[in-house]
Design a protein around this ligand. Structure first.
Ligand code: SAH
Length: 346
């Protein structure tokens, strides 16, 4: 029965080598299969043409290859593409291709639903169903790379873990996926072109620092005032700003990598001078930059994008404090592919 067979891509190269040894074959076959699975993206055992028919049948009898299926593709006027991705168990996640200038960025999901409860995010309304496996994350990247070549005549250049889910709540699998994405046997991408975005899980930020990771870190801050942050991101009651600060200092000490704070300004929530002042203080802890992102409405009355006056206040005060700031306009809004809109219409 298909379901009882193990997904072969859950095996490491070493495990594949041992498997072949255990059936009296050469361990080297494990390397060949690994290459088929990861660098050549084989979807079936029959594609592995340098293996004998007998070996392929043997693999077929023991394993399955659970590939994702891009089930729906929506293309925005601005070139953004949203993929609806069906997993082997029928669940669906979304990933987005974002073209900017000479770059193509893949925004990928790490969980089906999300572990956290940000009030302004559409994904938070879904129940967290499960974590994605490393191969399911990897496949999203491969699918977007293909689309980038097809529609924009260039390979994928950057990856952000800003799709559905909280990557640090699925840490092991996210790390395993990045390992494959960056390894020469996978996609060979530089970790410098990868950003993992977290709502701020202090314990895991420290763990990442200990693991000496090479990718970049973004933190969805949205408010540097504890009381306000708790209102809009209720998990912040347990993951406090004090702990977050401490973990970020630890991160910087170990990695010397500056941090990006993602920040949305909403009217009546964080649009006052005291909000900017608190952000400036928070920015003094470790080298960082602030990325102000536009709010993408998710049909909820509680949140409204602040007006330009409030944005100007942020820009003026942060610039005066010499904190690098970028203001990012949303992409793919017309197809619900912008930040926080994933899963909005399902
Ligand atoms: N859980 C991770 C990654 C997913 S969210 C994190 O929180 O960082 C990716 C980014 O989109 C985060 O910065 C998040 O705060 C932001 N976001 C969520 N909902 C949004 C919305 N409706 N409009 C704009 N940005 C939103």
């Amino acid at each position: 029965m298909e379901q009882t067979k193990k997904d072969i891509r859950a095996l490491s190269k070493e495990e594949l080598r041992s498997f072949f040894e255990s059936i009296g074959d050469k361990p080297f076959r494990g390397n060949q299969v690994y290459q088929w699975l990861w660098s050549k993206g084989a979807h079936t055992f029959d594609q592995m043409t340098n293996l004998s028919k007998e070996t392929r049948d043997h693999l077929q009898a023991h394993f399955v290859i659970n590939h994702i299926k891009v089930d729906s593709i929506q293309r925005s006027k601005d070139g953004t593409i949203k993929n609806g991705v069906k997993l082997h168990d029928g669940l669906v996640v979304e990933s987005v291709l974002i073209p900017t200038g000479t770059r193509t960025t893949a925004c990928v999901s790490s969980q089906v639903g999300c572990s956290l409860d940000c009030k302004f995010c559409a994904t938070a309304r879904l129940k967290r169903m499960r974590n994605l496996n490393p191969d399911e994350i990897y496949d999203q990247v491969v699918a977007i790379d293909k689309e980038s070549r097809l529609y924009h005549n260039r390979p994928l250049s950057n990856i952000v873990f800003m799709g559905m889910g909280e990557p640090l709540m699925n840490y092991k699998n996210v790390l395993a996926a990045i390992e494959k994405i960056t390894s020469p046997e996978g996609l060979g991408m530089s970790p410098k072109r990868i950003v993992v975005s977290t709502s701020g899980v202090p314990k895991m930020i420290k763990k990442m620092a200990d693991d000496n990771v090479k990718f970049n870190l973004a933190v969805s801050l949205h408010s540097a005032i504890q009381e306000t942050r708790e209102k809009i991101m209720p998990f912040a009651t347990s993951f406090t700003l004090t702990d977050l600060k401490e973990s970020l200092e630890y991160w910087y000490e170990k990695t010397a990598k500056q941090i990006t704070y993602e920040y949305v300004v909403w009217s009546g929530i964080n649009d006052q001078k005291q909000d900017v002042a608190a952000l400036i203080t928070f920015c003094s802890y470790v080298p960082c930059k602030v990325n102000i992102i536009e709010y993408n409405p998710i049909d909820d009355g509680m949140f409204q994008q602040a007006d330009n006056k409030a944005l100007d206040l942020y820009i003026t005060m942060l610039e005066k404090a010499r904190i690098p700031i970028t203001v990012r306009r949303s992409r793919g809004k017309d197809i619900d592919a912008a930040c926080g809109q994933l899963a909005n219409k399902q």
